[in-house]
Structure formats: structure tokens, C-alpha cells
Design a protein around this ligand. Structure first.
Ligand SMILES: [Zn+2]
Length: 136
């Protein structure tokens, strides 16, 4: 079974989908032409404010394409795709957003108890909400 990267879950906001679409199309085309040595992608997600594409067995040209998309994510609003005045920061957790989208994100009140019990969640907050909000 060859994985279809275009159809796997992309665990990030819609603003980055165009970046991923380009990579996914290139990998899917490559895999269709090279079924014996496919590129494997285990996960596509946002982490610490940046796009992560976990992959294996990619030839150099595809690795460069993946690196380009990952680098571009740091300058692309994860919610709307804007590249104007995009920054990566927010109290307590990191998201890469334009000024307008950042206004819509309410900083979450994090208690000490939550930090202790759900420490790993604090950098990944609101991404599902971003994705759902942008679907409508
Ligand atoms: Zn935005």
C-alpha cells in the first residue's frame, strides 16, 4: 500500500495547506512513479509554531522541497496564509500568525495544575479550533 500524502491528515491550520499541497503532490507523483522505493510520510503537523513534516526515504530534490515548505511556514500565517508581518509568539505557547488572526486568538489561562498534568499540550493549543474555524 502506497500512502497518499494528499489524503492523510494535515494537523495544522488551513493557512499552511497550500505549502503542504505542493509537497504532497510532488511526493504522490514520485511515489506513483517509484512504487518500489516510495517516500514515507508519517505525520504532518504544527509543533512549536512551525510546520513539521516527518518523512523517510525522500530523495534530495524532494527533501529540498519539504525543507522549503517548512521554512516558509515560519513566515506564513497558519490560519489565513498571509505573509504580511507574520510573527511566531503568544504567551505560553507558540503560533505563527499574522496580526489580524493573532487578535482572534485568546490567550488561554493556564493554571499550574494544568501545566503539570498537560505540559505537552501547551504548544499545540487551538490548532484544531483553527482548522475547524477556517472550514466554515
Ligand atoms: Zn492570518
Amino acid at each position: 500500500m502506497i500512502q497518499i500524502v494528499s489524503e492523510m491528515p494535515w494537523e495544522c491550520g488551513k493557512g499552511w495547506w497550500p505549502l503542504i499541497e505542493k509537497v504532497a503532490a510532488a511526493i504522490d507523483t514520485f511515489n506513483a512513479a517509484h512504487p518500489e522505493t516510495p517516500v514515507e510520510v508519517s505525520q504532518i503537523k504544527q509543533k512549536f509554531g512551525g510546520l513539521r513534516i516527518y518523512h523517510y526515504n525522500a530523495p534530495e530534490d524532494l527533501r529540498l522541497l519539504i525543507d522549503e515548505a517548512v521554512a516558509a511556514s515560519w513566515h506564513t500565517c497558519e490560519k489565513c496564509g498571509s505573509t504580511t508581518d507574520v510573527t511566531t509568539n503568544l504567551e505560553g505557547y507558540r503560533l505563527t500568525l499574522c496580526p489580524d488572526c493573532r487578535k482572534e486568538i485568546k490567550p488561554r489561562v493556564i493554571t499550574k495544575r494544568k501545566i503539570t498534568r498537560h505540559h505537552h499540550e501547551k504548544d499545540n493549543v487551538n490548532i484544531n479550533e483553527l482548522g475547524q474555524a477556517s472550514v466554515s
